[in-house]
Ligand binder design. Structure first.
Ligand code: SF4
Ligand code: SF4
Length: 264
């Protein structure tokens, strides 16, 4: 079953970038799995918000959660590094990848149903409370539970393929073995305070070294960017905190710890 799931996601990515008019290119997708019974799911009602759903609340009889990460090609974050506003390729990648997350969700759900299982999907974005700027299904928290990555100082997930990309998740009644979560941090600030680039890069000081995140300041800049890129529908995005920083393309802690110690 996992082989089919991973092939289906890879095929959807390949088809999306072969489509006429497509702007964005993606690196190889990552996929991870959680048990619907993972005790962290009910804790999201305290960590995210009281109305955050459990897999069982989203889909009665849920057994598993599938999480995937679609990392952008390196040119996309490179283009987004300078200037206050999001670059054109970054805005396009955000909108196209959100659409691709929808395609992946539908393909997986259809395939699971054809195999006798049920599935529940959530959109990649635009499913949040516009006042609180919070969702009842946080893809990044769900993907963390599935072992897809670790949270960084920028409040985003750092996967083995970095942070520059988009996440999708799906709940299913199919039984799938859970991916183990790593106990090792993926953020250099968490490891040894050797990086603060995401905080330094934020144009509106929405991030702090204490780990706070001003989601309203962040969203205000995302709305500015949507106005800068009206040719893309709902390009409410910024991404300066994940553009050409140590965790843009990789897990920098895994790389640092794998490097041989210098001779003294
Ligand atoms: S830019 Fe540096 S401090 Fe920020 S999340 Fe990435 S590794 Fe951590
Ligand atoms: S997305 Fe932009 S505004 Fe929001 S925290 Fe990151 S750099 Fe700051």
């Amino acid at each position: 079953m996992k082989t089919w799931i991973e092939q289906e996601i890879a095929a959807a990515v390949a088809e999306a970038q072969a489509r006429e008019g497509a702007i964005t290119r993606w690196r190889a997708p990552l996929v991870a799995y959680a048990s619907a019974d993972d005790p962290l799911f009910p804790q999201l009602k305290q960590i995210v918000r009281a109305t955050h759903l459990t897999p069982e609340e989203l889909l009665p009889g849920a057994r598993s959660v599938i999480a995937w990460f679609l990392p952008f090609e390196r040119d996309v974050p490179r283009s987004n590094r300078p200037h206050r506003h999001a670059s054109e390729p970054w805005a396009a990648a955000y909108v196209e990848t959100n659409a691709l997350v929808g395609v992946v969700s539908r393909r997986l759900a259809d395939g699971l149903r054809a195999r006798g299982f049920d599935a529940a999907v959530q959109p990649a974005t635009a499913n949040f409370d516009k006042e609180m700027l919070m969702s009842d299904w946080s893809h990044k928290h769900v993907a963390y539970i599935a072992g897809l990555g670790q949270f960084g100082l920028h409040q985003m997930l750092i996967t083995a393929a970095g942070s520059a990309g988009r996440l999708g998740t799906l709940v299913t009644t199919a039984p799938l073995d859970a991916t183990p979560r790593s106990a090792q941090p993926a953020c250099l600030y968490t490891l040894d305070r050797s990086c603060t680039e995401c905080v330094d890069n934020c144009p509106v000081a929405a991030l702090t070294l204490e780990g706070s995140y001003d989601r309203h300041a962040c969203y205000a800049l995302c709305l500015e960017n949507a106005a800068v890129h009206p040719q893309h529908d709902l390009a409410e995005v910024c991404g300066k905190c994940v553009s050409v920083v140590p965790c843009t393309y990789i897990d920098p802690v895994a790389r640092k710890l794998a490097r041989p110690a210098p001779r003294v």
